[in-house]
Design a protein around this ligand. Structure first.
Ligand SMILES: C[S@@+](CC[C@H](N)C(=O)[O-])C[C@H]1O[C@@H](n2cnc3c(N)ncnc32)[C@H](O)[C@@H]1O
Length: 267
């Protein structure tokens, strides 16, 4: 009876203080707080159901393999990844493709960022199950990660696979791949490092090609200046599979970071 009157606290109860983890020792609910908040965001904050397995992974593995994007410190990537070159992936979703890429190339570290709690738990679970030590899971807005927490020239690559397409015109300002994003990303990439984008939304692919081609810090790796053939190292992603089921065409774009042209200032 007393158990019914005093049920154990629900670990995902909304009674938490702002920023407090939903799971003990897990990712913070609002890691950067209002100080670093962006008004126009490329994601829709949502509270999604977390399975028991994902919750278990978040509680056990987050302290070791997770980090909050709090905008309060600059990351030492060589220390975090035991000296491996590091590629940043923005928006890994449920993380299946990320885990596959990490398994296929253990000599590259993947800093995998997303705001989606079930996906963070899922990726931690996949990393443990497959014995992967080259993944770190970053919780929060990757824009704050790029802007506040990464050193110049620190990334060996940047992957943005199937970013939210925001198809309505009034939402286009939420799309991630824009000139301002490229200004932020370019100086964090080492010279010659590649930004790899993929999308199943043709108008977004066209926008990506246009802004990347126009940006002075990036150069198309494809000689005809168009889309790239899908590289063998990119697995089919969950979102891509859904797009293909709807008959969407998929486009990959691979652009190399130039040496910074003189006179062009980037953030
Ligand atoms: C359409 S889903 C694609 C997921 C995965 N790449 C795939 O192909 O299945 C886009 C993901 O990007 C994440 N996202 C969007 N903006 C982000 C940002 N600024 N920082 C981190 N993650 C972001 C969303 O939470 C979402 O999980």
């Amino acid at each position: 009876m007393s158990d019914l009157l005093n049920p154990p606290p629900d670990p995902s109860s909304p009674q938490r203080a702002k920023g407090e983890p939903r799971f003990p020792g897990g990712p913070a609910a609002d890691p950067a707080g209002s100080h670093h908040e962006r008004r126009i965001r490329s994601f829709q904050p949502r509270r999604s159901r977390v399975t028991t397995g994902q919750a278990d992974a978040l509680e056990r593995l987050w302290p070791r393999w997770g980090l909050d994007i709090d905008g309060q410190r600059v990351l030492d990537l060589p220390t975090l990844f035991d000296g491996l070159p590091v590629v940043l992936e923005i928006g890994f979703g449920m993380g299946e493709a990320t885990a596959q890429m990490a398994a296929a190339d253990p000599s590259t570290g993947i800093l995998a960022s997303d705001v989606h709690t079930p996906g963070q738990g899922n990726l931690l679970r996949l990393a443990e199950r497959n014995g992967l030590s080259n993944i770190r899971v970053a919780n929060g807005d990757a824009i704050i990660l790029l802007r506040e927490m990464l050193k110049p020239d620190s990334l060996a690559g940047l992957r943005v696979y199937f970013p939210d397409p925001w198809p309505k015109s009034r939402h286009h300002k939420r799309r991630l791949i824009q000139p301002e994003f490229l200004d932020l990303a370019a100086p964090r990439l080492a010279p010659d490092a590649v930004l790899h984008c993929a999308t199943d939304w043709v108008p977004y692919a066209e926008q990506m090609l246009e802004v990347l081609t126009a940006h002075p810090c990036f150069e198309n790796t494809t000689s005809d200046g168009g889309y790239a053939p899908r590289p063998g190292f990119r697995p089919l992603t969950r979102f891509e599979g859904q797009g293909l089921d709807k008959g969407h065409a998929v486009h990959d774009l691979l652009f190399r970071r130039n040496d910074r042209p003189s006179g062009h200032s980037t953030g």
